[in-house]
Design a protein around this ligand. Structure first.
Ligand SMILES: [Zn+2]
Length: 354
């Protein structure tokens, strides 16, 4: 095997020395070139740390005691090292090939997808717990304001009617959660008739504001049971801070940064737009339905009331809504955006009365 001319550093000074490498058996010898005064050095090949080869850049091999040798000519070095029979690690080979890069990319995308699927909801729960409640309230105000400017108008329900519903719902919450109820408020609104319509709907905003539309109250006249069931479902979203969790989940990095610096300004101002594009996951809906059932039982309302309601909503979709554009797609978090999954109907239909 030929010798290789290199630059040698002895590990004590930064002065380069001209040297020649030769390999015999399992030993590497660094010999001074004429004019150099350092003593020849022999080390076991096993003690040499070879560099990972990159397409560009120099080649340095590290020897014991901080000494090193540097390539003068990288292609000569590569050829010489190849003769040593030193196989490159699969990492290096993979980095060198486009196929390797493509495989790494696919694996990375898979890992991120898995993180979104299983990791992120869990992370979002943790991050949400670190966000102060006043941030929820500020975001809720912003969202209600933007809804009032777009899809909603003041309620036309008689004050007595509003009062009746509010009282029944208050009693319901107090019975089920005598001590651990989160703060909530109930807002009555009417869906705007022009353009997109929210129709019979309810919506829980961050901070505990529950919006109920007149259309939902009118859907089953003279029967508050389903209205209370829907409000109880929205209360489930409030209790679990679901809207905030969804928000944290889509803007995880932004929220992590906000938690770190304690500044939520940007997130609060962008929240209405972001929230408008979100929907609840099936798990989230299941949690809210479970809460609904708990509250309905506490109030002595049969769970079946919800089944009748789901049917009425479907009927409304099929008839009244024909020819108008639905506002549901503008608010994925609204109740009627995801009403009639067979699984949910069965949940209330098959629930024991107490
Ligand atoms: Zn829901």
């Amino acid at each position: 095997m030929n010798d290789l001319d290199v630059r040698y550093f002895d590990g004590c000074s930064s002065k380069p020395h001209a040297a020649r490498l030769c390999v015999q058996d399992d030993a590497l010898t660094v010999t001074p070139m004429p004019g150099e005064t350092f003593p020849p050095l022999t080390v076991s090949l096993a003690q040499v740390r070879w560099p990972e080869r990159t397409r560009h850049g120099g080649r340095i091999a590290h020897l014991p005691q901080g000494a090193s040798v540097q390539a003068l000519d990288t292609s000569a070095w590569d050829a010489w090292v190849a003769q040593l029979g030193r196989g490159e690690s699969w990492v290096v080979r993979a980095q060198q090939s486009w196929r390797g890069v493509a495989v790494a990319f696919v694996l990375l995308v898979g890992a991120i997808a898995a993180m979104y699927q299983w990791g992120l909801p869990w992370v979002a729960r943790g991050v949400t717990a670190m966000v102060p409640q006043r941030v929820d309230a500020l975001i809720g105000e912003q969202v209600l304001e933007s809804l009032d400017q777009s899809l909603l108008q003041p309620s036309a329900l008689a004050p007595a009617e509003q009062e009746r519903i509010r009282k029944s719902f208050t009693r319901m919450v107090q019975t089920a959660h005598a001590v651990d109820a989160p703060a909530w408020t109930l807002e009555f609104r009417r869906s705007r008739e022009q353009g997109r319509q929210l129709g019979p709907n309810a919506l829980a905003l961050p901070g505990g504001t529950i919006v109920l539309t007149d259309e939902l109250v009118a859907l089953m006249p003279g029967n508050d049971d389903a209205v209370l069931g829907v409000l109880a479902h929205e209360f489930g979203h409030v209790r679990q801070r679901h809207a905030m969790r969804q928000l944290v989940q889509v803007s995880a990095i932004g929220f992590a940064a906000s938690v770190a610096v304690g500044d939520y300004g940007t997130l609060i101002s962008s929240a209405p737009v972001v929230l408008a594009s979100l929907g609840y996951s099936r798990d989230t809906e299941r949690e809210a339905d479970a809460e609904s059932l708990r509250l309905m039982r506490a109030a002595g309302i049969p769970p079946r009331a919800m089944v009748a309601f789901f049917e009425a909503i479907e009927h409304w979709r099929d008839t009244a809504q024909r020819g108008t554009r639905s506002g549901d797609d503008a608010i994925g978090l609204a109740f009627s955006s995801h009403p009639a999954a067979t699984e949910r109907i069965a949940y209330f239909r098959d629930a024991p009365e107490d």
